[in-house]
Design a protein around this ligand. Sequence first.
Ligand SMILES: [Ca+2]
Length: 95
Amino acid sequence: SQNPLPLSTSICLIKETFDKYAKGEGDESTLTKGELTQLIKKELLGDVSRTKLDQDGDGVVNYMEYVTFLTISTVHLQGRMILKSSLKSIICLFI
Ligand SMILES: [Ca+2]
């Protein structure tokens, strides 16, 4: 079958999105505050706090921090999906 696997595609998209913004300025393996602001503004819904993403507080967001945040978001979706809430409100609930 030539049909792309939805979950595989989504996982690739998560990495591609990180890389797309991380290569903007400075270290290509981390998101600076500026890059992160752009990513949040263009790719995520809701008022996502940068400080929650930067868990070790070193001023940049590495891939692990980014994936951890998305994982928490995904887990949180499970309990909220029935309510048909927008992703925006879901993200806002736990940050
Ligand atoms: Ca960090």
